[in-house]
Design a protein around this ligand. Sequence first.
Ligand SMILES: N=CN[C@@H](CCC(=O)O)C(=O)O
Ligand SMILES: [Mn+2]
Ligand SMILES: [Mn+2]
Length: 311
Amino acid sequence: MYSKADAALWSGRIDDNDNRAHFRNFQVAQVVDAEGELTERFDVGILGYAVDRGVYLNQGRVGTKQGPDAIRTKFGNLPLIHDLSIADFGNVTTEEKFVENVQHEYAELIDKTNDYAKFHLLIGGGHDISYAHFKGLKALYPEQSIGVINIDAHFDLRDSESATSGTGFKQILDEDADAGYLVLGLQEAGNTQHLFEVAEQYDVKYVLAEDIDYDTTDEIIQSFIEQYDIIMLTLCLDVIDSAYAPGVSAPCSFGLTPQQVERLIREILSYGKTRHLSIAEMNPEYDIDGRTAKLVGNIMFFAVHRNPNIL
Ligand SMILES: N=CN[C@@H](CCC(=O)O)C(=O)O
Ligand SMILES: [Mn+2]
Ligand SMILES: [Mn+2]
């Protein structure tokens, strides 16, 4: 079910109403009805996946349904740099027991809004956003090969009769023989032995969190990216240590720092093969003082202000 974004979320401290050098993101963000006819083109498009049913189906802590709106208010209050234009294309949500329909609806919205923003921020919501993100890219690039990079503590390669927040990448690999999968920041303690076996079976590449600063990480990223036409980039916030990111469905010890994650995103975006970034598992119910939502706002700030696809 689609709903337009709540314009009241785009509010905050006003230093000046006219001089754009004083502006914060909320002062330029425009609420756009993605169900209507789209005409105006923007630098940045935001599309929310306000869904936690996939987390519930994966036996996780629910609450990610509130994630996109919590993120909007934090991103909105960060300064506007480079005078970017920002469209808020709204949210999808669902009351259904399963997430397949809402994933399909979200993929269609990615496809429909694609030409109306140079770069899209797809904000969740459970990591079932991954499969919807992929389906959106498939609709946009049916003939091109897609390499999937997931910055995550988990493989999310579970097998299940219905889609959950833990099955997205297995669904992708089962469906598309040309797709490849690289996980950055994986935790040995976050995945069972069975999941490592599944990863091996599907020829999944990964870099453990403890190895992320080694020079070989950039070489692994480069050789992976060079194999594909399009790179799908998705961030599961539980890859970040729970000291920085407590507001997630499955918090993680020994996780990456925000600086490490920002560097990885910048490195991947520098290849110019990525026009959408999905950010999953923001769960305001477990956040402390809005710190995780603010961290996501900052990750988005870097992703748009240091982005060769926009500037
Ligand atoms: N999207 C989340 N996936 C993780 C959750 C792990 C957990 O609940 O501890 C997974 O399924 O492995
Ligand atoms: Mn995860
Ligand atoms: Mn995940």
